[in-house]
Design a protein around this ligand. Structure first.
Ligand code: MG
Length: 350
């Protein structure tokens, strides 16, 4: 469609650009204005498309069917700490888990392969998917395979859908003033490891993606919280800043982050500095953000830190009824606004 003169400041681009797939504000606008048009106001009992959450929750009797779907286009396909297969399983398992659905009923896997792709690479990806499914207690129950001509796509795309039944669902919109925000592990590992590998930064030995299924860890948190977890999200594209902004906007609270409390490894910190990237804006594939009522925060922190993937978890922020819909970064010296990126600064990150 042609951009119409006089459409105003939000006049839309004529063509889709990489920023529209980058997880930030530009992507949300594309979804709201085009891709989800006609479905956003359809009332759904539970969590539907209008919520733009990690997935949907549909009522079945007194329980919930949780469904999520995700396409994976990561480049390179094999990277330090993981590969597209591990990502495709973990990414979908994690989107279910952060909605409170930690026992996966089944996954589907639709694969589009470029002509010329190596059989040995496909086998390696398949073994990795099996291994990750074992870790998550999940299995692939159906799938689809397509091949396209050389140059018609770059390598391989894997789309996974996950379904699970849950007794209670957790949205990303349930925060209220006073809630504490727990982060289950250090930020930036996934995006920085990928970027360092692409650029040949020479830190590849030390930098590894955090990609991992989090459903076991989330189950521990839910069991320890006894209903006191108010919101969860996995900070993937757009990083921690994007995930927390979405949670603050949907929950209508402000979030004050204590910068010193946010776990970041020193190697990620220095690589991000070399690359000119802000770890708060970088994709993660093995951490979750958990909002919890203040009285249960310590119990959830103990439970998460007892899990191998949660050893460096920390309480990093508090929700307030001031600065509504905004993130405030408390640097220890002063306070400043932390804005979400327009989109994930790195293309083809997940
Ligand atoms: Mg998600």
């Amino acid at each position: 469609m042609m951009a119409t003169p006089g459409m105003g400041p939000r006049a839309r681009d004529e063509r889709v650009t990489l920023k529209h797939g980058a997880g930030g504000r530009a992507m949300r606008m594309l979804i709201e204005e085009t891709l989800a048009a006609g479905f956003l106001d359809a009332s759904t009992e539970g969590i539907g498309l209008a919520a733009l959450d990690d997935g949907a929750a549909l009522r079945i009797g007194d329980r919930w069917l949780v469904v999520t779907t995700d396409s994976h286009v990561i480049h390179p396909v094999f990277y330090p700490g993981g590969d597209i297969g591990r990502l495709a399983v973990a990414g979908t398992v994690n989107d279910l888990a952060v909605m409170g659905a930690t026992e996966v009923l089944g996954l589907t896997s639709a694969v589009v392969i470029e002509e010329g792709f190596l059989h040995s690479d496909l086998e390696r990806i398949q073994r990795s998917m099996q291994e990750t499914c074992r870790e998550a207690g999940a299995k692939i129950v159906t799938g689809d395979t397509k091949v396209m001509g050389r140059g018609e796509l770059d390598g391989i795309i894997i789309t996974t859908t996950g379904v699970a039944i849950a007794d209670a669902v957790v949205s990303d919109a349930g925060l209220s003033a006073g809630d504490r925000i727990l982060l289950t592990g250090p930020i930036g590992d996934h995006g920085i490891a990928l970027m360092a590998a692409r650029r040949g930064l020479g830190l590849e030995g030390e930098l590894r993606s955090d990609v991992a299924p989090l459903n076991g860890l989330i189950r521990r948190a839910l069991d320890a919280a006894d209903g006191a977890i108010t919101a969860m999200k996995d900070p993937t594209r757009g990083g921690l800043a994007s995930a927390l902004t979405e949670m603050a906007e949907k929950s209508r609270v402000g979030i004050v982050i204590e910068e010193a409390a946010v776990p970041i490894t020193s190697v990620v910190r220095s690589a991000a500095e070399i690359l000119g990237l802000d770890p708060f804006h970088i994709a993660n594939e093995g951490v979750a953000v958990i909002g919890v009522r203040p009285q249960a925060a310590d119990a959830v922190l103990d439970a998460v830190s007892s899990h191998p993937l949660g050893r460096s978890c920390a309480i990093i922020a508090t929700c307030t009824d001031e600065h509504v819909r905004r993130l405030i970064l408390d640097t220890g010296i002063g306070r400043r606004l932390l804005s979400e990126p327009e989109g994930e600064p790195l293309p083809r990150i997940c």
